[in-house]
Design a binder for this molecule. Structure first.
Ligand SMILES: NC(=O)C1=CN([C@@H]2O[C@H](COP(=O)(O)OP(=O)(O)OC[C@H]3O[C@@H](n4cnc5c(N)ncnc54)[C@H](OP(=O)(O)O)[C@@H]3O)[C@@H](O)[C@H]2O)C=CC1
Ligand SMILES: O=C(O)[C@@H]1CCC=N1
Length: 264
């Protein structure tokens, strides 16, 4: 299966590499291809011409910034007739994608940067695909992590939660690491302890299927150390801060397409 990734930037190049490693024939485009020469080592072909790459592909993935999606789709419109086109752009609804290229079969997807380690959570919505085509795109998304089909009405929320999520989690991880430094741990030990603790806790949540509060309760020994830490966290309103972050990013995703339409 031949895949074209249009816009080999941060997420596009990660997706292109993961797909090439999974055995797809991948061509990636961007204007400055010299900046991603390393992709060739992963077996990705580089190309400047979006139309050529789209013409040769069975599936086209759009990974340019949201404000460039319209221009790119208009450019490749004739080359993606009846083809599956997967847009990774935040905030651009299926209806608008369809206006730019009415004869393409669209999927609106939101991965996250954990594509780089094949642990993305990729949520997607579509109305155009047959069951067989759904299987095809799920297999493709599985090359870089877990995927889930959702109603399009949830796509902005998922963008605010798991699309942007690695950024919030890295703030938390940095704080954990700095906490370790404050209490005298060497940098490399603090980094490893913070990251492995986050990984293990996420695994616990997924495998036990419990509410996060159950894990918290398992850790808090009455009169022990953890409750003193939790007391400080509650005072810092960490939960409110994280909820506000997801709310703000979701709101931004919701207004992105309106902003773009108003600026063109
Ligand atoms: N970063 C992330 O974690 C995630 C991003 N996304 C979405 O992915 C998209 C890209 O984001 P991100 O990777 O962060 O952004 P980047 O700016 O890193 O990547 C966009 C790339 O598009 C290229 N580009 C611009 N114009 C064109 C064009 N006309 N033809 C081909 N390529 C072009 C740019 O390269 P050049 O200038 O060389 O052309 C650039 O490298 C956005 O829509 C975002 O919402 C979705 C999920 C996660
Ligand atoms: O910040 C952004 O707009 C993109 C979408 C989700 C993650 N990065």
């Amino acid at each position: 299966m031949k895949v074209a990734v249009i816009g080999a930037g941060t997420i596009g190049s990660a997706v292109a590499k993961a797909l090439a490693e999974a055995g797809y024939q991948v061509t990636a485009t961007r204007r400055h291809i010299e900046k991603v020469k390393w992709l060739e080592e992963a077996g990705v072909r580089l190309e400047r011409d979006n139309r050529k790459a789209s013409e040769e592909a069975d599936i086209v993935i759009i990974a340019v910034k949201p404000n460039k999606v319209g221009k790119v789709l208009e450019e490749i419109r004739e080359k993606v007739k009846d083809k599956i086109v997967i847009s990774l752009a935040a905030g651009i609804p299926l209806k608008l994608l369809k206006e730019f290229a009415p004869e393409a079969k669209f999927v609106r997807a939101m991965p996250n940067i954990a594509v780089l380690v094949k642990e993305s959570f990729t949520a997607y919505a579509t109305q155009d695909l047959s069951e067989e085509e759904i299987e095809t795109v799920e297999k493709l998304f599985s090359a870089f992590g877990k995927c889930l089909r959702i109603e399009e009405e949830y796509m902005d929320a998922i963008t605010g939660l798991s699309g942007s999520g690695p950024a919030y989690v890295s703030v938390f991880l940095e704080a954990m690491m700095y906490g370790g430094l404050k209490v005298g741990l060497p940098r490399d030990i603090a980094r490893l302890a913070a990251a492995q603790t986050l990984l293990g806790t996420a695994k616990l949540l997924l495998e036990l299927g419990d509410h996060p509060a159950e894990i918290r309760d398992m850790v808090i020994t009455p009169g022990g150390t953890t409750i003193d830490g939790i007391f400080e966290l509650e005072e810092g309103k960490i939960r409110t801060a994280i909820m506000k972050a997801i709310d703000a990013a979701t709101k931004k995703s919701k207004i992105l397409s309106t902003r773009i339409l108003n600026s063109t």
